[in-house]
Structures are given as structure tokens and as C-alpha cells.
Design a protein around this ligand. Structure first.
Ligand SMILES: *Cc1c(COP(=O)(O)O)cnc(C)c1O
Length: 493
């Protein structure tokens, strides 16, 4: 569909007029013969092909571009499993404090005590939240935390002469990074199916456990937004078979201060600091995937750890490289320190009670939305949900031809970011919705109303839904091509 042609603002290149410019600088006072040594054919003769535009047009161009981008700061962003909550500005202030942001990564320990204290304290908080003994903040994303965790699992078995434990069990509702990480670490991935309540099927699990079991990777609550009611049984079964339990903490927004993976029986945990602990994310980073372990796995953590020591009666922080069984270093210096600072600020500003209310409100918001959508869409697992839930547009598609994809695209015209679609894979025509705790009842009501409108429209004027989004600069594109071959560069003629 041709769209926006008429009313479209010109692109910056189209404003270009010969000789127009953005500023006046005095001529160079460096004698030009100083650059005589430079190969003449490499010297620019002018700004050939660059747009010649006024400063105000440059500002408008980039401001307009920024407004084309949907963001948490401009609207509701219920992208399931991604925890797109509002990111408090105080985090940015803390991350931008000159003492942190100007700290050179090669600064000696004794001159970087404040930064090391933050790293150590955040490690303590995350261990308390997760029920773990120690943690490393090095990994740069959730998937990177998984890599750390699964390398630790492997090192643990090998060190005990159990290198034959090669199989990692992953549920059919798992995020794709789980099986991918296990495979990358040389494990054989086996899938365990979910039961009709959305948890792990215990019979299927029992039949997969054995001498070759390295462990189980589990997200709890899982990607259906459901807490596994049998988690204590599951942990006992895996441990009895000699395996370890890995907790994918991407959904930790549901459990802060309420339940701890360590108490559920997990041995290894990762947290997506950028999701649960509020760093802006979605554009590809930077993030942080802190990985925590129970006592028996501490020797395998990445080096260095930041230890709190007694330095002649004073508290001091030291980099500890003395872990001979460590899986090694996973990131330059101390990881993405800016994300660490934001998580630290977030936890300190909320406190223990505040964190607990984050999860309480995230779960309340999700259940409120679910209740509002129940009469419109199929609910494949009709239970109380945690911080997110899945609904299916199967019935709507059968009746009107309008799919989950069409509904998601039409939501854009109502001013909302679409939910996650077609994931988890076990639910047909799946929409996965995570409202987060930072949204008001009014926003949730508007979202329910938008769904009601769209489903009414699907019955009355389905072609309008098929054409969605109609309010954006570009409509439906080839998403694979857009991701693999993005057209981002200005090429001068
Ligand atoms: C986001 C997510 C991951 C991966 O985390 P990244 O930080 O994107 O690498 C893993 N598992 C689940 C369930 C997730 O939602």
C-alpha cells in the first residue's frame, strides 16, 4: 500500500541546496603545508555528496526520526517476556555521575573502590533476591548469562568425573535461547512436553531422566506466564538423577521478594538486569545477564569476583582472580557497568518492600488484563496468571480470517505496541501479553477497549484489519529482509 506520500515531510537530503550550511567557523589557522606529507589523492576536495542543510533542518530531521520510534516513554508496550516497564530517570542520573562514567577501566582497584563497592553490593542484593551464594555481573545479556551458567554446569560435572552427563532437558515452552545455549555448550538438548495446566509433565520428565542427565533449564513462571505448581517435585527429581537446575530469570519480575529460585531448588540463576531492573532495552543492548550460583558452584564462576575484605580495620574491595576452576573471563573488565549502576539505583530506590510491590502489581495488572480479554479470545490455560499471560486468536481466525498477526498490527493504529506473537510455539495463534507494574488502570482499560474494537472490526470490516497498520510511515514489511538488510546508510551520488 502506498502510504504517507502526500503528507510526508521531506527527508534531510531533499532539503539540500548548494551552499546552504549549518554554521560559520573561522578558517583554519594550521598552515596547510603541514599536511603536505599526506597522500594528496586521499585529501577531500570538498564535502561532495553530503546534504547541504541548515542546522534547524538537521534538528527537525533527527527529532522526527526519534518520534517515528515507538517507545516505553511514548506508549504502552506489552511485549510478553520482555518486561518493557518504565525506566525511572533517577537511574540515568546515577549512571551518568562523572565519578562513574569517567572512570577508566584500567584504574587500579584502590582508586576505584566506589565502583567496586557498587558491584559487590549489587551482587549481594541479587544473591538475596535469588537465594544464591555468589554471582558474577560480567555477562552482557540473558543469553550470555545462560552461556555462563551452562559452562558452569558442564565444568561441575566434568570436575566430578561425570563428563558423560551430556543431556540437557528443556520444556517445549522454553525461550529459544535455552536450547541454543545448551547446544552451543556441547550438550544434547531433549525436549520435555508441558501438561494441560501449562507446567512440566512429570511423567514425561521422569522418562527422560537418567545417568546422562546434565540438568534442566527452566523459566518459572514460564513463557505462558504460569508458575509451575510442581517445582519442588521437579527439583527433587532432577537432583536425584544427578542433574542440576538452571533458572532462566527473564520472568523474575513476577517473583521479587515473594519466592526465590534458590528455595525452589535451582542451582544456577541468571537475571536479565535490563528487564527486571529497568535499563532501557529492545534496540539490541547494552544489557546485563548476571549469573548467580549456590555454594557448591562458586569455584566455577567467571573471574574476577569482587570480594569485600578487611584491610587493617577498613572495608575494602578487591578483584579476586584466584578461582583455579573458573570457566574464565566472559567480558572485558567488569561487564556493562552502566547497566549495573541502573540496576543498583533501581533496587536502592525501591528497597525490599518496593521490589515486592513491583511483583505484586505486575501480577495484578496481568490478571486484570486477562480478565478483560477473556470473553474476546480463547484462554488456553485458564488459571490465575503471573506477570504475563497468553491468549489465542484461533477462534477469531476460524470465524473471520483475521489472525493474531492482523490483530497485533491493528493495535499499532490504536497507539499500542503489539504483544509478542506466535510464541510460545505450543499455543496456536498466540498473543503473549505482559503489561508490567508501571501501567495505570486507565491504560489497561484503553488496551482492552482497543481489543474489543478490533475484534468487532474483524467481524464487520475485516479488510481494514488486514491493511493495518494504516497510521505508520511504513506498513507491513518483509521482516526478515528488514532485519538482515536494513537500509540505514546515506550514499552520496
Ligand atoms: C529475553 C529472554 C531471554 C534472553 O535474554 P536476552 O537478554 O535477550 O539475551 C531468555 N529467556 C527468556 C524467557 C527471555 O524472555
Amino acid at each position: 500500500m502506498e502510504r504517507g506520500k502526500k503528507g510526508r515531510e521531506p527527508l534531510i537530503f531533499e532539503y539540500s541546496r548548494p551552499g546552504r550550511g549549518g554554521g560559520n567557523l573561522p578558517g583554519p589557522d594550521v598552515p596547510m603545508d603541514l599536511v603536505d606529507w599526506f597522500p594528496q589523492e586521499r585529501l577531500r576536495q570538498g564535502l561532495r555528496g553530503l546534504p547541504e542543510v541548515a542546522e534547524v533542518d538537521v534538528i527537525r530531521h533527527f527529532t522526527r526520526l526519534s518520534q517515528l520510534n515507538y517507545s516505553v516513554d511514548t506508549g504502552f508496550y506489552p511485549l510478553g517476556s520482555c518486561t518493557m516497564k518504565y525506566n525511572p530517570r533517577v537511574n540515568e542520573t546515577v549512571a551518568g555521575l562523572p565519578g562513574f562514567s569517567w572512570l577508566h577501566p584500567h584504574t587500579p582497584d584502590e582508586l576505584a573502590q566506589g565502583a567496586l563497592a557498587v558491584i559487590h553490593e549489587l551482587e549481594r542484593y541479587l544473591c538475596e533476591i535469588g537465594g544464591m551464594a555468589r554471582a558474577s555481573l560480567q555477562p552482557a545479556a540473558g543469553a550470555h548469562g545462560e552461556l555462563a551458567g551452562m559452562l558452569i554446569m558442564k565444568a561441575y560435572h566434568e570436575q566430578r568425573g561425570q563428563g558423560h552427563r551430556r543431556r540437557v532437558i528443556v520444556p517445549d515452552s522454553a525461550h529459544g535461547t535455552n536450547p541454543a545455549t545448551a547446544a552451543l555448550c556441547g550438550f544434547e538438548v531433549v525436549q520435555v512436553q508441558s501438561d494441560d495446566r501449562g507446567g512440566i509433565d512429570l511423567g514425561a520428565l521422569a522418562s527422560l531422566l537418567g545417568e546422562d542427565t546434565a540438568g534442566l533449564m527452566l523459566t518459572n513462571p514460564n513463557t505462558l506466564g504460569l508458575f509451575d505448581e510442581n517445582i519442588i517435585r521437579i527439583a527433587a527429581m532432577v537432583h536425584e538423577a544427578g542433574g542440576l537446575l538452571y533458572y532462566d530469570g527473564a520472568n523474575a519480575n513476577a517473583i521479587l521478594g515473594i519466592s526465590r529460585p534458590g528455595d525452589m531448588g535451582f542451582d544456577i540463576v541468571h537475571f536479565n538486569l535490563h528487564k527486571t531492573f529497568s535499563t532501557p532495552h529492545g534496540g539490541g543492548g547494552p544489557g546485563a545477564g548476571a549469573v548467580g550460583v549456590k555454594e557448591h558452584l562458586v569455584p566455577f564462576l567467571p573471574v574476577p569476583l569482587v570480594d569485600r575484605v578487611d584491610d587493617g580495620g577498613n572495608v575494602a574491595y578487591r578483584l579476586n582472580h584466584d578461582l583455579p576452576q573458573s570457566i574464565g573471563r566472559l567480558h572485558a573488565f567488569m561487564g556493562n557497568f552502566g547497566v549495573v549502576l541502573r540496576a543498583y539505583a533501581y533496587i536502592r530506590t525501591l528497597g525490599a518492600e518496593g521490589l515486592r510491590s513491583v511483583s505484586n502489581n505486575a501480577v495484578l495488572n496481568a490478571n486484570y488484563l486477562l480478565a478483560g480479554l477473556k470473553d474476546l479470545l480463547e484462554v488456553p490455560y485458564d488459571r490465575l496468571c503471573m506477570h504475563e499471560f497468553v491468549v489465542s486468536a484461533r477462534n477469531i481466525k476460524k470465524e473471520t480470517g483475521i489472525s493474531a498477526l492482523d490483530i497485533a498490527k491493528r493495535l499499532i493504529d490504536h497507539g499500542f505496541h503489539p504483544p509478542t506473537m506466535y510464541f510460545p510455539l505450543i499455543v496456536e495463534e498466540c498473543l503473549m501479553v505482559e503489561p508490567t507494574e508501571t501501567e495505570s488502570k486507565e491504560t489497561l482499560d484503553r488496551f482492552i477497549a482497543a481489543f474489543r474494537d478490533i475484534i468487532h472490526e474483524a467481524r464487520e470490516e475485516p479488510e481494514q484489519v488486514k491493511l493495518a497498520p494504516q497510521s505508520t510511515v511504513v506498513g507491513r514489511m518483509d521482516e526478515a529482509l528488514a532485519a538482515r538488510k536494513p537500509d540505514l546508510r546515506f550514499v552520496a551520488d
